[in-house]
Design a protein around this ligand. Sequence first.
Ligand SMILES: [Zn+2]
Ligand SMILES: [Zn+2]
Length: 443
Amino acid sequence: MSQYQDSWGLFQQDIQHDLDIEMEPVAACPSFADPTSDFDRNIPRICGVCGDKATGFHFNAMTCEGCKGFFRRSMKRKAMFTCPFNNDCKITKDNRRHCQACRLKRCIDIGMMKEFILTDEEVQRKREMIMKRKEEEALKESLKPKLSEEQLRVLEILLEAHRKTYDATYSDFSQFRPPIRTDAHKRSTSRSSSFTTQGFSSDESSDTFNSSPEPRMFSNLELSDDSDDSAAMSIGFSQLTMLPHLADLVSYSIQKVIGFAKMIPGFKDLTAEDQIALLKSSAIEVIMLRSNESFSLEDMSWTCGSDDFKYKATDVTQAGHNMELLEPLVKFQVGLKKLNLHEEEHVLLMAICIVSPDRPCVQDTALVESIQDRLSEILQTYILCRHPPPGNRLLYAKMIQKLADLRSLNEEHSKQYRSLSFLPEHSMQLTPLVLEVFGNEIS
Ligand SMILES: [Zn+2]
Ligand SMILES: [Zn+2]
């Protein structure tokens, strides 16, 4: 071979820049993939024919794209090459195009086999297979649940309605009659004993319930003065020092719930009577739902800005409610919080809660049902396509269960509200809106 060294050198210079015209796009000429990974074979990725950078196993040997194409074409053409030299040319990346005979011989020497080359029919079949797979993927994609334009529009309206009616700064709270908390010692002990994430044993709750003083028949009017002295003095007269503040808070919340409801698509198509029936029966449930936004799992309180507006269950006992309501209410808040609902799911749940056909006094139940069905469908589709696992697991069912929980909370609230508002001293602390929505036993 040494006698040809000089001529080889000149030849190489002439075609210094091999443009590798044999190179073809990989996808256009599929070769059988080797079942064992190239990496597992622990072979350096160097072309066994010419020493160029290899791209993998082609026709049973590690080669570059150029030699792969060369071998396939040579086999298909059944080409017969003749070496212009001595049948022992050393093939390199730069000279590989100079002697086809020795290059092909090298291909066969390193194990390339024509049996590995796909026939035209096989290539066609493989292309069809790839096409079919792509079509199947496209079909699967098209079958995946998607929110329609209309559903997205409803969702956008509900989000906007919520943003307009829920002020997360709670700045309006300072306009309510001020909160007055009495018996700080009792509050701090019941805080640590009764309200933990672990749960609420019935023993504890009944203790708390029994220790709660019965509502007394004294006016709370003077309590609107928020000085400490007046608060301390009034302990003996009445425990419902939080009633004025919380009545204002509930009244304010009812207004916001009404504002939200009016923006639910379809709600205004209902008769005024049905709108009122739905609002009256769902208001307290929606207030419980929306209050979850301020509820904190860390200290089991509704935290609405400053410490003044941080509410523990014990604060609500000072507005005339007892643990028969508050224990399940806090439990409900914890469970709801742990669902980690998206804002979209939160607003849909409130809307679904309001537009329930099975509320008392509803006339056109079919229309109410159709509005609710539309919202439920949006919620289910939303969870399917937007809520990632594992949070989405049984999420719709869990949310519907929360609506059932709200019904019993509503029932307990009504019961306690009735006995509370039965006393004029208490009902006079309420607002006209609260009396209108929750009922006025006196009138
Ligand atoms: Zn090569
Ligand atoms: Zn040769």
